[in-house]
Design a protein around this ligand. Structure first.
Ligand code: DC
Length: 227
């Protein structure tokens, strides 16, 4: 692991991690690791190669040899994801890919196979790491660990509004039920369950604007001498 600082941001789906992490990366001029994308990519690679989600050995091979490039634009705002030569930036964002990722992510040997790949994202001048176990498992030495949360209802509302704004029909009840299933699986799995690190700062974003959350994290970064 390179000797550059890492800010970890963990939390459940819809807590605002993705948005906050890309804003933090842009504000600080740091690199970004979207670790959820790696689990989603293993799921998509499995579909491409006809691997079923309970074939642990085959999934480990896919995870260890994942042929993926994250291409970041000059503004650090847009990341294009290429899997085996094909652009999959939007494809991996579907609910289907998220659900597959959550199942795959419960397999310890797959997590192990992705560990060094995640740590290799540490580079100058620093890294913002977005995920579920960034502060607890992948970067336990990180000088600043943030845990973002929000009520399941608020997270479902956010997801619903995102889909409606994209012109995609959606049911709030179904989204809420899916979020509850995903939370339960991510929080109760035996390996690297979703939980705040002992030294994490927890922010409940249910009533907070994106600007307020960003300001709070930047304030913590300043306190730690990271900016
Ligand atoms: O953040 P996301 O929705 O893209 O993550 C997709 C799934 O991957 C999520 O349900 C749990 C899993 N995941 C994980 O177990 N560990 C991570 N560091 C990131 C994601």
């Amino acid at each position: 692991m390179g000797n550059f600082p890492v800010i970890t941001v963990d939390g459940p789906s819809g807590s605002g991690k993705g948005t906050i992490c890309s804003l933090l990366a842009r504000e600080l001029g740091w690199n970004l690791l979207d670790s959820g994308a790696l689990y989603r990519l293993v799921g998509l690679a499995a579909r491409h190669h006809g691997v079923v989600l309970d074939d642990e050995d085959a999934l480990v091979v896919l995870a260890a040899h994942l042929d993926v490039q994250f291409e970041t634009s000059a503004t650090q705002n847009e990341v294009t994801i290429i899997l085996e030569g094909e652009e999959v930036t939007q494809t991996i964002r579907t609910e289907e890919c998220g659900a597959d990722a959550s199942v795959i992510a419960a397999i310890g040997s797959v997590r192990e196979a992705l560990l060094e790949r995640q740590r290799a994202f540490v580079s100058e001048p620093g890294l913002i790491a977005d995920g579920r176990d960034m502060g607890t498992v992948v970067f336990p030495q990180a000088p600043l660990k943030v845990y973002l949360t929000a009520s399941a209802e608020e997270r479902a509302n956010r997801r619903y509004n995102q889909l409606i704004n994209k012109g995609v029909g959606a049911s709030l009840q179904t989204i809420l039920a899916d979020i509850q299933v995903r939370d339960a699986r991510d929080m109760n799995r035996a390996v690297a369950p979703l939980k705040p690190a002992d030294d994490a700062i927890t922010l409940d974003t249910t009533q907070l604007s994106i600007e307020a959350v960003l300001a709070a994290v930047l304030d913590q970064a300043r306190h730690k001498g990271l900016r």
